[in-house]
Structure formats: C-alpha cells, structure tokens
Design a protein around this ligand. Structure first.
Ligand code: CP
Ligand code: NVA
Length: 303
C-alpha cells in the first residue's frame, strides 16, 4: 500500500474528514476524563520547522506524547536542512528512522518533494499555499458548537492566503458556502476559486462578505515570509478589518474564528476578538485534539 500523506485537505474525502472530527471530539473527551489513550506507543514524529510556530509545535509535540509516542524538533539552524542538503536526501534519511514527518515551510513544492521521497506519512504543518491542520481544528470547533457545517455560510475577510486557500478546500469537502472579500491584488489563486464552483463567491467589501454569514474568519494581513510588506499591507487592507460593524452584518449567532496569532487593531478589533461570538481559544485548543485524530489515522499500526 502506498504511503498516505496529509498535504492539503483534499487528501482526505468528506467522509474521512467527518470521521476524523468525530474521533477528535472523542479523544478530547477521553483526555478531559483522564482516560489514557496511547495507540502510538513507540512511534516517533520528526517535526521540521522552517518558519516560526507556537500552536503547531506545541500541539503536535503534546499530541504525540499523549498518544504514547514522541516528537523530535528539527530546525534549519541546527540541522543540514539549513545548509543546503537537498530536501529529497533529507526525506530519505529522516524517513528511514521515524514513523511520520511534519513540515512547516515556505514553498509548497518543498512539502511535496519531501512527501515524494519519504517512506513514512508527511503532514503539512503550513506552507505558503495551505494550512490544512488549522482547518481540522476550525471544523472541529464549528461541529462542537453548531453541528455539521454543510449548507452554512462562511465569510473570509482579508488576505487570499494559505488559510483562505484551505477554506476553499473546506468549502469543497464540507459543502459550505464561502463569501470572500480581499483587496485587489490579494485575492486567492483563481484556479482554486474556480475549483470551489458556485459555493464560492467574491465580494467587494468586508460588510458584503459578512452579510448573513454564520461564521466570520480572518487572518493576519502579512503572513510569515512577507514581513517586509507589513507596512504597505496595513494601508492596503485598512478597510478589511473585522470589527463590530462588520460582525453586525452577519447572523446574530454568527461565530468568529482566527487561526492566531492575531494583530489586535489590524485585521480584527479587540472587541470582536474578545467578544462572546469569538471561539478563538477553543479553536486553538482543538489543534491538539484534531491533530491527535490525524496522527492516529496516519501513524497507527495497521491491524
Ligand atoms: N495557527 C497556527 O498555526 O499557529 P502557529 O503559527 O503558532 O503554529
Ligand atoms: N497566514 C499565516 C498563518 C499563520 C498561522 C501565515 O502563513 O503566517
């Protein structure tokens, strides 16, 4: 059987993703009840971080520990990844010694090359193109709060970035409507937009996108690797802040999500981030539970 990877949400079917979320909710309950669940005893996950992280690193490391396994952190600074050893060669070597590899990096081609040359499952912990693990946590959070998301209306406001791309895949797999508002020149990849069909619509303003939405989502205006554009982006994106006026366009019981870290006063106002509609802390915690379910699927020994 060929090695299974999780490079984008589309690597799993709708049914598989729904089953994963159901399992994530179950492992969360087990953890809260103090019930030990260690199906990955003896398993090792290598974690390559070529970009910064708080949530992804902590959740994968804690998750592997809780599942009975271990995680190993690798940074380009103190491995040969940062000294020019090809990713193909690194993949062959690392995958000969561990049971799974997580990578957070820049170009998505690097994630794909790693997967093509790895004999163990590879998980995309964020690339410039996608952030699929975050979508697992976001969907778990929605399912816990509201049930299935099929047919719901989701507003994406801000940059057409890796998170926006993953929401397009989310709309495809979970069958929700996605209303996107981004400044000109910062819209998501047109091919991806097309792949979402009539579930996806583009809107001029933040208020237009938020109209009658059940969920409003945003992310930083300058992603990792775009630090030099930060100042210019603050000006370009100024009218795309999610604030109380924007949330007032959404349904009264709409939820607000943000993958974090957030820049208060830029892409989201403090009032919205700290409001009763905001589920950001559940969303962040669910990184742990959703990824434990993912790790079990990919790394558990086959019966
Ligand atoms: N949301 C997210 O991926 O956070 P980190 O960058 O802290 O991992
Ligand atoms: N779009 C952001 C997400 C951070 C979790 C970035 O890529 O930096």
């Amino acid at each position: 059987m060929s090695t299974r990877h999780f490079l984008s949400l589309l690597d799993f079917t709708s049914n598989e993703l729904r089953a994963l979320i159901a399992h994530a909710i179950d492992v969360k309950q087990k953890l809260k009840q103090g019930i030990s669940h260690t199906p990955l005893s003896g398993k090792l996950l290598a974690m390559i971080f070529e970009k910064s992280s708080t949530r992804t690193r902590v959740s994968f490391e804690a998750g592997m520990y809780q599942l009975g396994g271990q995680a190993m952190f690798l940074s380009p600074r103190d491995s040969h990844l940062g000294r020019g050893e090809p990713i193909e060669d690194s993949a062959r070597v690392i995958s000969s010694m561990v049971d799974g590899i997580l990578i957070r990096t820049f170009g998505h081609d690097r994630v794909e090359t790693l997967a093509q040359n790895s004999r163990v499952p590879v998980i995309n912990g964020l690339s410039d193109q996608w952030h699929p693990c975050q979508l697992l946590a976001d969907m778990q959070t929605w399912f816990e709060q509201r049930g299935d998301i099929a047919g719901a209306s989701v507003a994406w406001i801000g940059d057409g970035n890796n998170m926006c791309h993953s929401y397009i895949n989310g709309a495809i797999r979970f069958d929700f409507k996605l209303r996107i508002a981004c400044p000109a020149g910062h819209q998501p990849d047109p091919t991806l937009l097309e792949s979402g069909g009539d579930r996806i619509s583009l809107h001029q303003t933040a208020a237009d996108a938020a109209r009658d939405a059940d969920l409003v989502v945003t992310d930083v205006w300058a992603s990792m690797g775009q630090e030099e554009e930060q100042q210019q982006r603050v000006e370009t994106f100024a009218s795309y802040q999610v604030n109380q006026q924007v949330m007032a366009q959404a349904n009264d019981d709409a939820l607000f999500m943000h993958c974090l870290p957030a820049h208060r006063g830029e892409e989201v106002s403090s009032e919205v981030l700290d409001s009763a509609q905001s589920v950001i802390w559940q969303e962040a915690e669910n990184r742990l539970h959703a990824q434990k379910a993912l790790l079990e699927i990919l790394l558990k020994p086959q019966a």
